[in-house]
Write a protein that binds this ligand. Structure first.
Ligand code: GLA
Length: 367
């Protein structure tokens, strides 16, 4: 059962508190919601961009550490270019040439990544102020964020009503449930862009984390990181994570695809059980602390990104800088550039249909 403590109160186990997180440049107030589960583990979420600001989970000795990169104030998120923790939309990842055809009509989007559109455009969902509502939930703490993306926003057709429900369970799982409806045919691909370091944010690189991804294939890319359309076997390549392997074991190998990404920045084609049931997509173990994170999802793909564009220049939480490869992302999604790739699973949403996906990040420990 969720209890709402007064603004500014010290978070208590089994409660959700709200506090001020600053203002947007045009003066809109922004809040931080601190969801504390019964064991005292904590997820903080802001309604600016719907971003997960911090995730404090125990190691094998019960010691809590914040395993997500982020900023201390709304201002950090206003200036952010790395999408730390954000809800990404209307279209997560890239659309080639910032263009697609739907129902015979060509739609042109803003080019914010070379010739392409990335993560929803210039002002994506990560730069929106969402309406927040604390929900009453059994077994955890829930926060619903809603946003209306207007017809034509960033070039996308249709008024899209979006809801994202975050639930921080008493078993240390962060469930993210995305829903959307439209009044005109459109494309939708929502994801969460948390950057994880299971040893604790600002504790060095993630190359020693052991990663397993349930994927036989991945989608190779061109020089702009747009999928070529091929589904390539991971077998015999540095993209084979079917058995847990250190992220850094092969990251600097002389491999054409790794060179294009500056490391891993690729979509993996997930092994699926019956749709739309959530299946295990990936499992990550940090050997020194024993922290484990599993990613479960209803989505067909996951973008594995090793923070290759982090450059240590932007100050994050506590004023620390985040160097290259000091975190990894597992962005569950439909495949990049799907609006232009007829063989990829469809991202089209029509009036009367409901977009609905679920992704859960489950934290635990290994002795
Ligand atoms: C995704 C992309 C990367 C990069 C990050 C944000 O993971 O695939 O290329 O743009 O987002 O920096």
């Amino acid at each position: 059962m969720t209890t709402l403590a007064p603004i500014g109160a010290t978070p208590q186990p089994g409660s959700t508190t709200r506090k001020s997180f600053g203002k947007t440049p045009d003066g809109q107030p922004v809040d931080l919601y601190v969801l504390t589960n019964k064991s005292g583990a904590e997820a903080s979420i802001t309604n600016y961009g719907g971003a997960v600001v911090s995730l404090k989970v125990p190691d094998r000795n019960g010691k809590l550490a914040d395993v997500a990169l982020g900023y201390d104030t709304a201002g950090g998120y206003v200036n952010d270019k790395a999408y730390f923790g954000a809800i990404v939309g209307r279209y997560g990842n890239r659309i080639g040439h910032a263009q697609f055809v739907l129902d015979g009509k060509t739609y042109t989007l803003a080019k914010n990544n070379g010739e392409n559109s990335l993560h929803g455009g210039i002002k994506g969902f990560n730069k929106a102020v969402w309406t927040a509502k604390i929900l009453s939930t059994e077994g955890g703490q829930s926060l619903e964020l809603s946003y209306l993306s207007k017809d034509g926003e960033e070039g996308f057709p249709g008024n899209l009503k979006v809801s994202v429900i975050y639930t921080w369970t008493d078993a240390d799982a962060l469930q993210v449930e995305y829903s959307a409806t439209t009044d005109k045919e459109t494309v939708v691909n929502l994801t969460s862009h948390s950057y994880f370091n299971l040893a604790g944010q600002s504790s060095g690189d993630i190359l020693g984390h052991l990663l397993m991804i349930q994927a036989e294939k991945f989608t190779p890319v061109d020089a702009d990181l747009i999928p070529t359309g091929e589904l390539r076997d991971v077998a015999g390549t540095p993209f084979d994570f079917r058995k847990a392997t250190a992220i850094g074991a092969r990251i600097d190998q002389d491999d054409g695809q790794l060179k294009l990404g500056g490391g891993y920045d690729h979509n993996f084609v997930l092994r699926r059980s019956a749709d739309p049931v959530e299946s295990l997509a990936a499992r990550v173990v940090e050997p020194t602390t024993g922290r484990v994170m599993e990613v479960w999802t209803t989505e067909p793909g996951v973008q594995f990104y090793t923070g290759n564009f982090l450059d240590g220049k932007t100050a994050g939480k506590g004023g620390v800088a985040y160097p290259r490869r000091s975190a990894f992302c597992l962005e569950t999604q439909h495949f990049p550039d799907s609006p232009n790739q007829p063989k990829f699973p469809s991202v089209v949403l029509k009036p009367g249909e409901r977009y609905h996906t679920i992704t859960t990040y489950k934290f635990s420990i290994e002795k």
